[in-house]
Design a protein around this ligand. Structure first.
Ligand SMILES: Cc1ncc(COP(=O)(O)O)c(C=O)c1O
Length: 376
């Protein structure tokens, strides 16, 4: 673990990398390659291309500045930035699973992660067992000698279930496997999985970290040989982030704590409103005292903020389209973690998912209230 003693807000703002001209904002090093002073510097670079400037598919100073910040906020010795969240997930799992690896994966995953594990990784010679990770006995029973890692989201998408990360870590480490957490929903503001014993943490930085719905980006933080393996595979797959997108994530990250706090406060009020409305049959939000995993969520987050994501099911699924169409402030779009509030229709036939943005909360509450009225 990294021992940066500074507060999270300071770490979010100050990771801007070194640059010779002292620019306060991180410069974008828009270049494919870097000049070599002489043969000695060429040879140094070939020996250690991650450290010395060489080629931007391998490393780039803007990307390095982002990775320094990511390592600091995830409490990791090292971080890598990718062209998307899926680039981080696919590169990491491919690196960990090579030559016949077995994975245990949560049965509640973002659809593309699930498809990667179901259809693609087996084509690369890996095996995958999906498990309901709220059932720790089922987890225990799923390990095999070849199990390399347990992969799950905290909180889960779209039902916002909370998994008992500390117990999962302890069981997994008893089996000498790694814990890989997709922390996209929670962000490092709510909790930092590496501080709870996880080995690798992934974020789709397209969401809260970049925060403005403009760029695709992904992150991975952790330590040890697993990070070396992922870094060298990223170099060959070419899944590194572009310098421009790295700069956008650095800019977004600097306001992450403010945005997550605001979105969390609003999401709790939205969840309370949805729970009290007769159109909903269930509201999924880990910060509602009625949520099945409320105690667990408080333990993980410290009980102050629970994130900006919530979802709800309607009593009458046939009214889902009417409710979806009735929103005027929430933008009907996929993705989440944007400054703009979003409503998305997920796979489940009676469920809608909301991502609270940073607009005036009363406008969002009134929009949700009117949309739910359209269910009757
Ligand atoms: C939990 C989670 N992980 C990963 C991803 C993939 O991220 P990206 O769209 O940046 O590839 C998503 C995308 O929605 C997601 O919801």
């Amino acid at each position: 673990m990294n021992h940066d003693e500074r507060g999270l807000a300071t770490r979010l703002v100050h990771g801007r990398g070194a640059n010779p001209l002292g620019a306060v904002a991180t410069p974008v090093f828009d270049t494919a390659s870097f000049a070599m002073a002489d043969m000695a510097s060429h040879e140094r670079t070939v020996r250690d291309p991650m450290v010395h400037g060489y080629y931007s598919r391998v490393q780039n100073p803007t990307v390095a500045a982002l990775e320094e910040t990511l390592a600091s906020i995830d409490s990791a010795p090292r971080a890598l930035a990718f062209s998307s969240g899926m680039a981080a997930i696919t590169t990491a799992l491919l690196a960990l699973g090579r030559r016949g690896g077995h994975f245990i994966a949560s049965d509640q995953l973002f659809v593309n992660s699930r498809e990667w594990l179901t259809h693609d990784l087996p084509d690369f010679g890996c095996e995958v067992t999906f498990v309901d990770l709220t059932d720790l006995a089922a987890l225990e029973a799923a390990f095999r000698p070849a199990t390399r890692a347990v992969f799950f989201e905290e909180f889960t998408n779209p039902r916002l279930d909370v998994l008992d990360m500390e117990s999962i870590v302890s069981i997994t480490h008893d089996h000498d496997a790694l814990v890989v957490v997709d922390n996209t929903f929670a962000t490092p503001v709510l909790f930092r999985p590496l501080e709870l014993g996880a080995d690798l943490v992934i974020h789709s930085a397209t969401k809260y970290l970049a925060g403005h719905g403009r760029v695709l980006a992904g992150t991975l933080a952790g330590s040890g040989p697993a990070m070396d393996a992922v870094a060298s595979l990223r170099r060959r797959l070419g899944t590194i982030i572009t310098p421009h997108n790295a700069a956008a994530v650095i800019e977004g990250i600097s306001t992450l704590e403010l945005r997550v706090a605001r979105a969390s406060d609003t999401a709790l009020r939205l969840a309370e409103l949805a729970e009290a409305h007769e159109a909903t049959s269930v509201v999924h939000y880990p910060g509602l005292p009625s949520a099945p995993a409320y105690e667990l969520a408080c333990r993980l987050t410290g009980g102050r903020h629970f994130g900006g994501m919530l979802s709800f099911a309607l009593h009458e699924p046939e009214r889902k389209a009417a409710v979806y169409d009735a929103f005027t402030q929430f933008v009907r779009a996929t993705s989440f973690g944007d400054v703009v509030s979003l409503v998305d229709s997920v796979d489940d036939p009676d469920v809608l998912r909301l991502s609270a943005g940073i607009e005036s909360p009363d406008d969002l509450l009134s929009d949700l209230s009117k949309a739910l009225d359209a269910a009757s």
